[in-house]
Every structure is written in structure tokens, then in C-alpha cells.
Design a protein around this ligand. Structure first.
Ligand code: KG4
Ligand code: ZN
Length: 354
């Protein structure tokens, strides 16, 4: 494998850990394109079916890579390195992306970069123009990025973590969920309400018209900076059973208020732990990341909490919250600069170890 020492660093990055096939091209840490193909095939099953996800990745990967190269105006001879999501995720899905990336790196004789999906979610906050203190609005000018060390609440479908980011390549997990992830809490609650998968965005949508104070769900008392969401799921299940026994149309009549109340509780669980983490570490630059950071209620509550406590808050642009290859590209860029290359024998892993 050859590392080019001159010219811009142009990275082709692939993300295929779950049910999105994505390819991004970055040049010197600037994202030139970020193409994402979703997989509608899972909707009818109420969750991601691993085998169907792998097959869909196989169908999507070549067109997605082509589209990313075209949008970036990039030719194959300009590529300096190939990056892929190595772990964690669905093993069959990861294998499609990793084999594709390895074949490309080998045939072009350029370096390979293996990226951890959770680290990439955190570093989405370092995408230039993607994070800013008033996130949510499109950014035309370069804006401030968080300073190191910063804290990041990473909330996705499979993980919930509070991480101290000491530098792009040095991350320390200081709190995480003991059971369900925040995204699962949203998706499982949505399922109990009869909403299709993935339910998180739908709860967000219905919650906008609802009263979060209408129904009260318990906040678990977990020591330290860890989280637990399985008790909330059970409380919602019993609450709905009880109410539906009295009125079979209870959910239909009160959907917005139920969604707002569930969302409000998930947000308060997340932000109470984040406040504790900020207090104990003394860190004032705070970020959120991962699919659940696309939630409008969380984005707003995070910003408001930051204003009242004197934090600088950062949120990735919407398209960099849920799974995307741009976050793999930015992480790979830092790995490239550090010379942290992977051998062609690097294998994908379903497990989460950093
Ligand atoms: O980061 P991500 O795209 O994939 C994983 O790495 O897991 O996160 C997916 C999760 C799903 O649970 C989905 O329901 C949730 O993010 N999600 C949301 C919203 N958008 C995505 N949850 C609440 N509100 C949203 N707007
Ligand atoms: Zn993710």
C-alpha cells in the first residue's frame, strides 16, 4: 500500500453498519459529498432484518459509491485512502462495506482506514460547517467547532454513551446504558403505540402537537453517569394496558400527548445525566450525536440547558446525526493524519470495543 505524501488528502468512506448504505468523499477534511440510501424493505417487519439488510447493501453499494464520486466531482486516481466502518453493527452489513473498501484499497494500492462507528458519531461534531452553537439553521460561513476536551452525549439506535473527547483519536466513555439504548426506547415505545419502525422520528412528529406534562412516566434512579431505559418501556406498557382497558380508543384519542410525555421523559433522563457529567468534569463544551440527536425536542432542550448553564453547545447538522458516511470520512481523515492505517487483513466486528 502506498501513502501519497503530496497533494490533498482525498478519502472515500463507506458506512454500512445497519440499514443505511452510505458513501462520502472528503478532501482535506471537507465533505464534498455524502450519499445515503435507506432500506424500505424493513418497514413491513417492524425492525431491521439482518439478512435483508446485507442483501440491500450489496445492491446499493456500487450505485451509492458512483453517486458520491460524481457529486464530489472526484476521479478514482484522485483518491488517497479508502475508509470503512469496522464496528460495531450487524456483521453481515459490515462485511459488505469492509470487503468493498478492502478490494478498492487493494486494487488502487492506497491505504485503508478502519473506523469505529461510535467514534464517528462523536466526530460528526468536527465536520466543518456541520456543528455550531445555534445548530439547526443552515450554515454558510465557517463556524466554531468544539474545543478539546469536550463532552458528547451519543444517542443512537444501539448505544447511549457520555464520552469525553480529549482529541479526535482519544475518547473516553464515562457513562453508558445498562440495557436499552435511547433510540430503542423511542422505537419500542412507538411499537407499543402501534406506530411503524423506526418509531423515533414519528414520536418526534406527534410530540410537536402534544402536552409533555399530561402523563407522567418514572425517571430511573441509576447511580453515576449510566443510563437505563428498560423500566420506562415496562412502565409505558402497563400504563397503556391499563388505559386501553378503560377506553380501547385511548391511544388514538391521546396520541400527541402520549408521544410528548414519553419524549419529554427520555429527554430529561438524557439531559439530567449530561448535566451531572458536565458538573463532575467541569467541561463547558458539550455536543450531542447519533440518530436520536435528530430529535427536535432533544435539540431544543439541549440548547436551552446549555444557555442556562453557560455551556457552548454543538449539534451536528441534521444529515450527520443519523447514520452517514461523512462522519466516517472525518474520522478517517484524522486517522490518516496520524498514520493510523489498517492492514488488508482487518476484519469487521459486530462488537463495540473501541
Ligand atoms: O445513529 P442511528 O442512525 O443508527 C444507529 O447507529 O443505531 O440511530 C438510529 C436511531 C433509531 O432508534 C431512530 O428511531 C432514532 O435514531 N431517531 C430518532 C429520530 N431520528 C432518528 N429518535 C427520535 N427522534 C428522531 N427525530
Ligand atoms: Zn449510528
Amino acid at each position: 500500500m502506498q501513502k501519497r505524501n503530496e497533494g490533498p488528502v482525498t478519502i472515500l468512506a463507506i458506512e454500512s453498519s445497519c440499514d443505511e448504505t452510505s458513501c462520502a468523499i472528503s478532501r482535506d477534511g471537507i465533505i464534498l459529498s455524502n450519499i445515503i440510501a435507506g432500506q424500505a424493505v424493513h418497514e413491513q417487519y417492524g425492525g431491521v432484518v439482518p439478512e435483508l439488510a446485507s442483501r440491500a447493501h450489496m445492491q446499493n453499494i456500487v450505485p451509492v459509491v458512483d453517486a458520491a464520486m460524481k457529486k464530489a466531482g472526484c476521479t478514482i486516481d484522485q483518491l488517497t485512502a479508502i475508509a470503512f466502518t469496522q464496528s460495531p453493527g450487524l456483521i453481515g452489513s459490515l462485511l459488505v462495506g469492509s470487503q468493498f473498501a478492502k478490494s478498492l484499497a487493494m486494487s488502487l494500492d492506497i491505504p485503508l482506514l478502519a473506523v469505529h462507528h461510535m467514534q464517528a458519531h462523536v466526530l460528526a461534531n468536527l465536520i466543518p460547517g456541520a456543528a455550531n452553537p445555534a445548530a439547526g439553521t443552515p450554515v454558510a460561513e465557517p463556524v466554531a467547532l468544539p474545543s478539546f476536551p469536550f463532552l458528547c452525549l451519543t444517542v443512537s439506535g444501539g448505544h447511549t454513551q457520555i464520552v469525553v473527547c480529549h482529541s479526535p483519536l482519544k475518547l473516553e466513555v464515562i457513562g453508558e446504558t445498562l440495557d436499552d439504548a435511547a433510540g430503542e426506547a423511542f422505537d419500542k415505545s412507538a411499537k407499543l403505540l402501534g406506530l411503524p419502525y423506526p418509531g423515533g422520528p414519528l414520536i418526534d412528529k406527534h410530540a410537536k402537537d402534544g402536552d409533555a406534562g399530561r402523563f407522567s412516566f418514572p425517571e430511573p434512579q441509576i447511580p453515576g453517569l449510566n443510563f437505563s431505559f428498560s423500566g420506562l418501556k415496562t412502565a409505558i406498557l402497563y400504563f397503556l394496558q391499563e388505559q386501553k382497558a378503560k377506553d380501547p380508543r385511548f391511544v388514538e384519542k391521546n396520541l400527541s400527548d402520549i408521544c410528548a410525555s414519553i419524549q419529554g421523559r427520555i429527554i430529561s433522563i438524557l439531559l439530567n445525566k449530561l448535566k451531572k457529567a458536565a458538573r463532575t468534569t467541569g467541561i463547558k463544551d458539550l455536543c450531542i450525536a447519533g440518530g436520536v440527536s435528530a430529535n427536535s425536542g432533544l435539540r431544543q432542550a439541549f440548547r436551552e440547558t446549555g444557555e442556562s448553564l453557560g455551556w457552548r453547545t454543538f449539534i451536528p447538522a441534521f444529515q450527520y446525526c443519523t447514520d452517514n458516511a461523512a462522519m466516517i470520512a472525518i474520522t478517517a481523515h484524522y486517522k490518516y493524519l496520524a498514520g493510523d492505517f489498517a492492514p488488508l487483513s482487518a476484519s469487521a466486528s459486530a462488537r463495540a470495543e473501541w
